[in-house]
Ligand binder design. Structure first.
Ligand SMILES: *Cc1c(COP(=O)(O)O)cnc(C)c1O
Length: 400
């Protein structure tokens, strides 16, 4: 069975985890610090805070930006639940503006039209790894006093060209914070894991604090209750202060050891994904009942070379095929080809309808896209033969 996504684990990865397992620290140790440093360096950002998953990182981003019950957070409907749920975690209203029909990313024009006075943050998702139009989204948001959080969970190692320069996701100036996921189907993995990247030292400091119960151990930063307070006046190295209400969102040294090992191989992992995408683009071109993923105009042709692709989602005219998507997916499973539907527009989920009154018609382009969406296998361990086999399987749907 060729699944739609899968991790690649080498002997070096396994050895790195075993070394960590035999070391003095299973958590809060040197592997965590080193992973953060190396990841920050890879994207070209000053600060990185690694956590137990990207959902936790998105929650921390909301918390450190002080998004709360009076606020609205706009994101793309074509994303994983977590990009919107993070707003609900802090009591804010998650809201959705439509996507553009080429990149399937948040459309800046729709964002401008759907903007509401209480919007305090935009979560811009790099769907499938293609960057959203960050310079435009950043302009619209900053003019209106909102921050931008880039959900780059699909795009680790990717970037774009703009203003005569190459930028990495997480390292460009058009997002206040960027989030990456290390779930096994993503570009690189730590089993479960995520990271928050920012150029804002205060955001990073608070994300670190909130990752571990809001607990401060640095005496320099103690708030204290005055020297006459019987409990908090002592300043020993054992001392800790809870300054805010946080969570346990820590990641382990085992995971970060795996992360560091995967990070060393990231350029190869990204390059292999690019090769497979190029093969798909060629092998699936020219079918009147199928549309390959497009490239947004603002990225230019360089965009393709800099992209780190997580998904390959085609638009299929199931009516023309005379079968439902579910039937087609079952036929492909028979041939050993796993597919996925990414994504059901988040605003159409039962909880979102019940809680916020959203429903069909709110984001018509995302809804039409969803009706035809099919994500086909894309992961670095795929062989060329497997890629050709998937192409043959998809093309063969017409005659089946
Ligand atoms: C995977 C994913 C997340 C959540 O990542 P976890 O590490 O599983 O919590 C968030 N946003 C997007 C777009 C994702 O694909």
């Amino acid at each position: 069975m060729i699944t739609y996504g899968k991790q690649q684990i080498t002997d070096e990865d396994v050895e790195a985890v075993i070394r960590a397992l035999r070391s003095d620290f299973l958590t809060c140790g040197p592997e965590v610090d080193a992973f953060e440093r190396e990841f920050a360096e890879m994207v070209g950002a000053p600060h990185a805070v690694a956590v137990c998953n990207a959902t936790a990182a998105l929650h921390l981003a909301m918390a450190v930006a002080e998004i709360g019950p009076e606020d609205r957070v706009i994101t793309s409907p074509n994303t994983f639940l977590a990009s919107a749920n993070c707003a609900a975690f802090v009591g804010a209203i998650p809201d959705f503006c439509d996507i553009d029909p080429v990149s399937y990313n948040l459309d800046p024009t729709a964002l401008e039209e759907g903007w509401r006075e209480d919007t305090k943050a935009v979560v811009a998702v790099a769907y499938a790894g293609q960057p959203a139009n960050m310079p435009e989204i950043s302009r619209i948001s900053s003019e209106r006093g909102a921050i931008v959080i880039e959900d780059a969970c699909h795009g680790t190692g990717g970037g774009f060209h703009h203003d005569g320069k190459e930028w990495k996701l997480g390292g460009h100036p058009w997002a206040d914070m960027t989030i990456f996921s290390f779930h096994p189907v993503k570009t690189m993995t730590t089993g479960e894991g995520g990271i928050l990247v920012t150029d804002n030292a205060e955001y990073a400091r608070r994300a670190r604090l909130l990752r571990s119960h809001g607990m401060e151990r640095d005496a320099e930063r103690f708030q204290g209750l005055g020297s006459d307070d019987p409990v908090l006046a002592e300043k020993g190295r054992w001392m800790y202060e809870m300054q805010e209400l946080g969570w346990n969102y820590r990641i382990t040294d085992l995971q970060c050891a795996l992360g560091r090992s995967q990070l060393r191989r990231l350029p190869e992992l990204v390059e292999r994904r690019r090769e497979i995408v190029a093969k798909y683009n060629q092998g699936l071109a020219g079918l009147p009942w199928l549309t390959c993923p497009g490239l947004s105009g603002w990225l230019g042709e360089q965009g393709r070379a800099l992209m780190s692709s997580h998904l390959y989602t085609v638009q299929v005219d199931f009516e023309a095929l005379g079968r439902s998507r579910t039937e087609v997916m079952a036929e492909l499973v028979e041939k050993g080809i796993g597919t996925q539907v990414l994504y059901i527009p988040v605003h159409l989920q039962p909880w979102y309808r019940a809680r916020y009154g959203y429903g069909p018609g709110k984001c018509p382009i995302a809804e039409a896209y969803y009706g035809k969406a099919l994500s086909i296998p894309l992961f670095p361990a795929m062989t060329d033969e497997e890629v050709d086999y998937v192409i043959g399987g998809i093309r063969g749907l017409w005659n089946a």
